[in-house]
Design a protein around this ligand. Sequence first.
Ligand SMILES: Cc1cc2nc3c(=O)[nH]c(=O)nc-3n(C[C@H](O)[C@H](O)[C@H](O)COP(=O)(O)O)c2cc1C
Length: 284
Amino acid sequence: MNKTLQLLLKRASCRAFTRKRVPAGVVKNILAAGIQAPTGGNLQPYSVIKIERRASIDRLAELCGQSFMKKAPLHFIFCVDFHRLKRWARMESAPFSADRSLRPFWIAFQDTVLCAQNLCTAADAHGLGSVYIGPIFDRIPEIRKMCRLPAGVVPVVSLVVGYPSVQPAPRKRLGAKIVVHNEVYRKITDRELLAGFSEKYKGVRREITKKDLETLYRVCRSVHGEAYAKRSVKAAEKLGYINRAQVYFGLNYQADRMLSNTPKQLKMLSRAGLSCFGPDTKTT
Ligand SMILES: Cc1cc2nc3c(=O)[nH]c(=O)nc-3n(C[C@H](O)[C@H](O)[C@H](O)COP(=O)(O)O)c2cc1C
C-alpha cells in the first residue's frame, strides 16, 4: 500500500513519550508541513505557539489537568489569529471586520485545525507520536496570559508531540457504511445505529457505581426532566453497566454543564477579541 495511506490508516493518539528531544530540523519540517495546509483565501488567519520550556510545559499540563503532557518535549498551541491581519489591513488602509464577523471566524477555525492536522501527519511521518488536547478551551484566559496573546489571537487546540515510548494501536471507528452518505443523507434505522456504536465500543464497559448513577441522574434531570432521568438510571441498572452514550454525555462531557457554560464561554471568546461572539462585551 502507498506509504502515505499506510501512515494515515495506522495513526493513533500517543500519550506515552520518551524524554528524547525532537531535533530542530524535524521541528522545522513539521511546522513547514503545517503551514503548507490549505487556508481560505490563502490568508492564514492562525498562529502556532511552540512550547519547549519545561516550566511552560508543566504549566500547560496543570492547566489541562493531564499529567502525561509533562512527559512530551514539544507542544504546539494552534490559535485563530485576527490580530496580524487586522494590523496589516490598518497599515494598508484596508477595511477590516473579520474579528467581528462570524463567517471569517468559521473559515479561520478550519484553517487553524487544518494546519494542526498537517503538522500532526508530518510528525507521524517522522516517527513521532502526538495527541490533541481539547481542554485548552477551558483555559483560554490563562493561556492567553501565559503566551502573551494579543486580542484576536485565541487558542483552538494544542498538540503534544514526542517520540513514543509505547506504540499506540489504531482505535475503532464507525465505518464508511455509517458515516458516508451517497448524494443524499440516508437516515439509518435505530437498529443499524445501535449496532454501529455497539461494534465500535465492543468490550468497553463502565461498571455501575453509586456516584456515577447519581451524576447520571442529576445531569439527565437537569437537561430532560425527572422522568427521563429515572428512565436513564433504570436502563443502566437493567443492563448492569453504564452504556457509552451515558458515559460520554452524562459523565465525561456532562450535558448540563456544556449547556450552562455556553453563555460564559461566548463572553470569554468575546473578551479574547472575537467580538462576533458577543458584540456588546468589552474586548481586551
Ligand atoms: C479536538 C480534540 C481534542 C482532544 N483532546 C484530548 C485530550 O484532552 N486528552 C487526550 O488524552 N486526548 C484527547 N484527544 C484525543 C482523542 O481522545 C482521540 O483522538 C480519540 O479518542 C480517538 O483515538 P485515536 O486518536 O487514537 O484514534 C483529542 C482529540 C481531538 C481531535
